[in-house]
Design a protein around this ligand. Sequence first.
Ligand code: FES
Length: 153
Amino acid sequence: MEETLEKIYKKCRKEEGNIVNILHELQEHFGYIPERALNWFSKKLNIPSSRIFGVITFYPQFNLRPKGENVITVCRGTACHINGSERLLNRLLMELEIPPSEDTTNDRKFTIEKINCIGACGMAPVVIINDEMRGKISFAQLMKDIKKLKKNE
Ligand code: FES
């Protein structure tokens, strides 16, 4: 890991005050931001790790834990809420046996994310399955899609 962190540091050295660029590089390389990398850059740049942690948690695109192989994003905007996205989300979490404080299945096959309006309100409720948007989706259809994903693995 040390070698990778050095490479990222060298690449971003000119803008070392811009921690967001470094975090993007880490996220791209590892798929998330490992705690060890956070601490390494904290020492290297003499920036308190709490400050870096604050930046990571401010931007939703950064993750402190690895995501699952499949990412299912449920829109929680107003139109989707009115059209049942909360019920859809809760049933999905139950079906995949994801505990309330977690977002990823134990086998790391699925991560469930929430997002605010993605601008497709006319198709509410909207779910994004691995970058593919699905509008007016029912729980039954969502489960069919999940079964297909499980079969393909
Ligand atoms: S509220 Fe879900 S797409 Fe707008």
